[in-house]
Design a protein around this ligand. Structure first.
Ligand SMILES: Cc1cc2nc3c(=O)[nH]c(=O)nc-3n(C[C@H](O)[C@H](O)[C@H](O)COP(=O)(O)O)c2cc1C
Length: 470
């Protein structure tokens, strides 16, 4: 299984990494260079960033094949979302516990006190209206205040000064819940951000796991061997022993910072999170700083697809529980369309009132951090002869089977999640339900033209064999 450095070496050996030795300004020039290289689906190694002590690498996972390569899959070149999702589900089902070692390369250098300066890291400001420079490729490690369980995710982090930053937790993250637990306790919360971790660790950190499941164990299973961990310098948090850089801090809940950042579906998103005081930075000799171009860009979106698998699964499970007569369910959640899901449900309709009931029940499904209505903009109900996974077939049903205003439902004032930027005061937005099923009285009128018996015809039995014509 590849670690961070061996994977970079592999990309170099395959000729998939661009090297920039010319000095680059840390401001938006750096973001611009990264994004131009990554748009070509290549990785980058940027050696000199003005005023920074470390080089930048990134673009490592800007196409799906790279995950196949990182996981050493035989089908790497043709790796699909389905195969990737399958790997993750298999890893969740057979976790491998990490091992704790007494020392690791990530602690070869230890920086504390006044020597700490986050400006040593080559962190760009990505977008015009971003609140400042964002660390984007770090995994954040915390412990739940009450259970003591470790939790890990990827969280974008805004640098405020030499030794302060803000680690953003979306409303759907476990980190948001963990912040709340520590804040309630009145204690300061230890947190560590690790950069340049093994590919399996980065993938597992993007996964939406049950609150008591541990990302280190899923990463071990993906890697086929336990992840090696070392204890932090200042807390009992455990971090990957061969990470490139670890930033240790404590969260101070008395100060919160509102901030804005370019989001994964091509819009800005507001965040509000407590300030973290950095206590220690540890790093390997010749450490590399790993960065992901934020926003609707290939690496962010390819890695983000891991989180999307989990969200999609949660929506399907919630709707299945609430709508037992659902035949097939499709959840289209694609950054190309925005931050909200579009759900299509097929049914074998027995009465004309049922699609409306299903729209209501499906929007009301889910609980906790996953109410379906919060993250789903539109629900379409179709007859069972429509392929819910084919957007053209679904649109065909809308335009050809729905002819009364009652079949288009507009539900106002639904609480949306923070990434629906168009939502109004109180984060309220609209939801759409469409009944694209045939009215029962029209079933005979709306029969689809078919050629009877076509499925029984074996065309090989009809076409003359090559050579018969001569
Ligand atoms: C590049 C990238 C950036 C992300 N940024 C954030 C972020 O700033 N805040 C957040 O809560 N989730 C972010 N996510 C999604 C989380 O990492 C993901 O949902 C993870 O499962 C959250 O873990 P948790 O629920 O255990 O806290 C990001 C994902 C990726 C791939």
């Amino acid at each position: 299984m590849h670690d961070f450095r061996s994977f970079i070496q592999l990309l170099k050996d395959r000729g998939e990494m661009d090297h920039v030795s010319r000095e680059v300004e840390r401001t938006q020039e750096l973001a611009g260079v990264m994004s131009k290289i990554e748009a070509r689906r290549r990785a980058y190694y940027i050696e000199h960033v003005k005023g920074a002590r470390f080089p930048v690498v990134g673009g490592l996972y800007n196409k799906l094949e790279r995950f196949g390569l990182a996981l050493e899959r035989d089908d790497a070149e043709t790796f699909t979302h389905e195969a990737f999702d399958g790997c993750i589900e298999a890893a969740k089902a057979s976790p491998i516990e990490p091992v704790t070692v007494t020392s690791g390369p990530v602690q070869e250098n230890v920086i504390t006190g006044p020597a700490i300066d986050l400006a040593d890291l080559p962190v760009p400001k990505f977008f015009e209206l971003d609140s400042g420079p964002f660390i984007t490729g770090a995994i954040g490690i915390t412990r739940d205040h009450d259970s003591g369980e470790l939790n890990i995710g990827i969280y974008r982090t805004l640098i405020l000064g030499k030794n302060t930053f803000v680690i953003n937790a979306s409303s759907m993250s476990d980190l948001r819940r963990i912040y709340a637990g520590w804040e309630k306790s009145g204690e300061r919360m230890p947190i560590a951000m690790a950069l340049g971790v093994p590919p399996a660790m980065l993938i597992a950190s993007s996964c939406k796991l049950a609150p008591n499941a541990c990302e280190y164990e899923v990463a071990g299973s993906l890697a086929g061997e336990p992840i090696k961990l070392v204890k932090c310098q200042d807390s009992d948090l455990l971090v990957p022993a061969d990470a490139e850089i670890v930033i240790e801090g404590t969260v101070d809940f008395s100060q919160r910072v509102e901030n804005l950042l370019g989001e994964f579906a091509g819009q800005y998103g507001p965040e509000n999170a407590p300030v973290t005081q950095v206590n220690t930075i540890t790093h390997r000799n010749d450490a590399l700083y790993y960065s992901i171009v934020a926003g609707r860009n290939p690496e962010h979106n390819t890695l983000g697809s891991v989180a999307i698998f989990g969200v999609r699964r949660s929506i399907i499970a919630a709707i299945r529980a609430a709508v037992p007569d659902a035949r097939d369910i499709d959840v289209l959640l694609d950054p190309a369309l925005g931050t909200l899901a579009h759900v299509t449900i097929s049914i074998d309709k027995q009465n004309d009132a049922r699609p409306g009931e299903i729209i209501e029940k499906a929007f009301a499904a889910g609980d906790g951090i996953f109410p379906v209505s919060r993250i789903t903009k539109r629900i379409i109900i179709v007859d069972e002869d429509i392929d819910v996974h084919d957007p053209i077939d679904v649109n065909w049903a809308i335009w050809n089977r729905a002819a009364t205003a009652e079949k288009f439902v507009v539900i106002p004032n639904i609480e949306s999640w923070e990434l629906e930027r168009a939502a109004k005061a109180g984060q309220l937005s609209v939801r759409i339900g469409i009944d694209a099923t045939m009215d029962l009285e029209d079933v005979d009128k709306l029969i689809r033209p078919i050629i009877p018996g076509v499925d029984q015809i074996r065309i090989e039995d009809y076409i003359d064999k090559q050579g018969d014509l001569t």
